[in-house]
Ligand binder design. Structure first.
Ligand SMILES: C[S@@+](CC[C@H](N)C(=O)[O-])C[C@H]1O[C@@H](n2cnc3c(N)ncnc32)[C@H](O)[C@@H]1O
Length: 291
């Protein structure tokens, strides 16, 4: 079953207003393939009937399902090795230093706050949690609990998988070493379940990057990787302004390897010669007047 051009346009416009994802006209074929199941389950025989249901104000569950079906949840552990190399070599030592500096003035042990925005089925925030655990191994301080990790997504379906933390052998093989599997996972039937400590280390929340359901911050590090790529330029700009407000001065925003803020916003700076999409919210206190 194919939607007419007018039906395709209405569904794509609705999708964009719900989650920001901009599906081009030439991707209309996705509507017939990805929406075939929801239509079949409801016994709907035309996109006109489907749209009539989508338009009903009380039918939020159907609209949530539309977002689920038409967004891309592709992810893997330690996606993009070079980026995680920088996380280990530069960003985690910087966060540890931040904790040390905050401890000089804090009464209780300070925390640094990290946000994985658009976390999909959890591989990204669990990779962060694993990298932190490996970084802190053998050190008495700081404590892993001083790294607060929030992970959000618009899709209830992917968040349920993320919170369960159970992955197939094949999913583990995409990015994890055997040593990491042995240390951080345990057998769960034919699959592998992430250790309770790592599961507890990540707080998963439902949040739409387009609205105020997102965590307010302040954060020190935001990962929003392979999410903005699906949005139009105006939506990217709006979301990046949100990230800017959610970051502490000096805080870092990390995008996907095919993403960039070029032409989106000039609120952030990059380190000279930086080749990876790592952006910093300027800090007038430490950067001086030239920043
Ligand atoms: C391709 S995955 C990226 C996963 C992970 N960040 C990575 O790089 O491996 C994109 C995720 O963005 C989520 N997403 C799309 N629109 C969103 C929105 N408006 N608010 C929050 N999450 C959104 C999707 O549900 C999907 O899980």
């Amino acid at each position: 079953m194919q939607p007419t051009p007018a039906e395709s346009l209405e569904i794509r416009t609705l999708l964009q207003s719900l989650c920001g994802v901009s599906l081009a006209d030439d991707k209309s074929y996705l509507l017939s393939t990805r929406l075939a199941n929801p239509l079949r389950i409801r016994g709907l025989t035309s996109f006109a009937d489907y749209l009539a249901q989508l338009r009903q104000p009380a039918n939020q569950a159907l609209r949530d399902e539309l977002v689920d079906c038409l967004t891309t949840a592709e992810t893997s552990f330690f996606r993009d090795a070079s980026l995680y190399g920088v996380l280990r070599q530069r960003l985690l030592p910087w966060l540890a230093d931040l904790l040390y500096r905050r401890s000089l003035t804090a009464v209780t042990p300070p925390v640094v706050r990290l946000w994985s925005a658009g976390c999909s089925t959890g591989q990204e925030p669990y990779s962060l949690a694993i990298a932190i655990a490996e970084f802190l191994r053998g050190y008495a301080a700081p404590h892993p609990r001083q790294f607060s990790l929030v992970a959000t997504d618009i899709s209830r379906r992917v968040l349920t998988i993320a919170q369960r933390g159970v992955y197939s052998q094949r999913e583990l093989e995409r990015g994890l070493t055997a040593a990491q599997r042995e240390r951080f996972f345990r057998h769960c039937g034919e699959d592998w379940e992430i250790s309770p400590e790592l599961k507890r280390a990540v707080e998963f929340r439902l949040a739409n990057l387009l609205d105020s359901s997102v965590p307010a911050g302040p954060f020190d590090l935001i990962f929003c990787r392979n999410v903005l790529i699906y949005f139009d330029p105006a939506t990217r700009q709006r979301i990046c302004e949100r990230f800017y407000r959610a970051l502490n001065p000096g805080g870092i925003l990390v995008l996907g390897s095919a993403e960039s803020l070029f032409g989106v916003t000039d609120l952030f700076t990059t380190a000279p010669g930086e080749e990876l999409p790592i952006y910093r919210r300027p800090d007038p206190e430490t950067d001086g007047p030239a920043a």
